[in-house]
Design a binder for this molecule. Structure first.
Ligand code: 7TS
Length: 421
């Protein structure tokens, strides 16, 4: 990556991001929406893509695209090398022990479904329990409910406090039943911003011999994840929240577990020998990658990881935390505004309601100002039920957002209040 110009400047031991240069790398940010400069604050749903990622995908299709793992010709070889190159980059990102432990999927949702279907389907029986938390995205609820319906297992849910922090005593109590076969929980809540104490939660499960799955969809772009230090069994994330393309995700799994698990889907590329009598499966990771994958997407994810490494996650996180502090302080000064999710350890997103104004109205009026936020239940309806609201408005920050954009957000919310007064 030495060819890239520096996007940070070091001053007094502090690494500061060069926001002008960073923003210039995102062509989509240059446009106007309803005549106003675009202020994109829907990053928890999906982040925008830098030129490095767009160019890597375009370069693949323009210059060396072919199917992977099966051709003897040069293009296939080049595509395979680039595709497998991303696997090593993901291994390094997560500090996994081996590339065999990195499975490419369509996203977090498919990664969790893979574990529910393959690991869950082969190990979970009637009367067993699966522990999740009350702040899960639907993608870490519904696959387990489907598994429970199939097997007769039971779902147990860890509650959280008004501030949006998990009640760990309850978690321990649920783990102690002697029937728990898996604990699956979110690293960072997309609806509240809470950063969960996953280290402790994994240790508590391990002490009882319970495997763990972490939904890292909101975490990987904001903090360093080390699966060996965490000692989790599975870790899932999506490329599109990490400046990579949509349609690509990752499942990390411990090699011994993945080896013992049956395939998730059958098809090409996941076999070693097929006869009509019997099929022998390919070794890891191919056993779990049936069919032609999202080749250019995986290559784009590799470019995203290079790009993010070049910035440094620590500098990114420090900048985003500054935006969170600014936004929180300025929003709390607005009468009638309540922030949902006030955990001590929080990522850079603010979910809020305005007394007497529906979040969809807030979202629509902000859109007219060129500001993109998300309004709704954020695919976490149980979180809305916990607070007795149908929806919230959510502003979520990425590395390219600025303090001016936070001000634009706050100013527009004051405008919403005036309109409804
Ligand atoms: N888990 C969490 C914590 C998420 O935030 C999301 C997506 C997912 C799982 C699912 O990821 P996918 O890539 O498989 O769809 N969260 C959001 C959101 O907050 N707004 O839109 C998608």
């Amino acid at each position: 990556m030495s060819a890239l110009p520096p996007l940070t400047t070091a001053s007094a031991g502090n690494t500061k991001l060069d926001l002008t240069r960073i923003r210039a790398e995102f062509p989509i940010l240059r446009q106007r929406i309803h005549g106003k400069p675009l202020v994109y604050l829907d990053n928890a749903a999906s982040v925008q893509k830098p030129n490095a990622v767009i160019d890597a995908i375009s370069d693949c299709y323009r210059n060396y695209y072919a199917n992977i793992h099966r051709g003897v010709h040069l293009l296939s070889e080049r595509s395979t090398i680039a595709y497998e190159g991303t696997r090593e980059k993901v291994r390094a990102l997560l500090n996994a022990a081996s590339i065999r432990e990195i499975i490419f999927t369509r996203g977090t949702t498919e990664s969790i479904n893979l574990v529910a279907s393959s690991f869950g389907g082969s190990t979970i029986k009637i009367g067993d329990e699966i522990v999740i938390t009350g702040m899960e995205h639907h993608s870490n609820i519904v696959p387990w409910q489907l598994l429970c319906e199939r097997t007769g297992a039971v779902l147990k849910v860890v509650p959280f406090s008004d501030a949006g922090e998990l009640i760990l005593e309850e978690y321990q109590r649920l783990l102690n039943s002697g029937r728990v076969k898996l604990a699956a929980f979110v690293h960072i809540s997309n609806a509240l911003g809470t950063i969960n104490p996953v280290n402790t939660m994994i240790d508590l499960a391990r002490a009882r011999g319970i495997p763990t799955l972490i939904d890292g969809a909101q975490a990987v772009a904001h903090l360093t994840v080390d699966v060996r230090a965490l000692n989790c069994d599975f870790y899932a994330f999506s490329g599109h929240k990490l400046y990579g393309p949509s349609g690509v995700g990752v499942l990390y799994g411990k090699q011994a577990l993945l080896e013992a698990m049956p395939p998730y889907q059958g098809g090409g590329d996941m076999i070693s020998v097929v006869t009509f009598e019997k099929t022998e499966y390919a070794d890891l990771p191919n056993k779990f990658e049936a069919g032609t994958p999202n080749i250019a997407g995986v290559i784009g994810l590799g470019a995203a990881l290079d790009w993010l490494n070049h910035l440094g996650l620590d500098a990114v996180a420090a900048h985003e935390q500054q935006l969170l502090e600014d936004a929180t302080a300025q929003l709390l000064a607005i009468p009638g505004l309540s922030i949902m999710g006030t955990a001590r350890d929080k990522t850079a997103l603010v979910a809020f309601t305005l007394h007497g104004i529906h979040p969809h109205d807030i979202g629509t009026i902000l859109d007219r100002e060129g500001i993109a936020i998300r309004a709704g239940h954020h695919c976490a309806q149980p979180v809305m039920q916990r607070y007795g609201v149908p929806a919230t408005a959510r502003a979520s920050f990425a590395v390219y957002n600025t303090r001016d954009e936070v001000e634009a957000l706050v100013k527009s919310i004051w405008k919403v209040k005036e309109l409804f007064a």
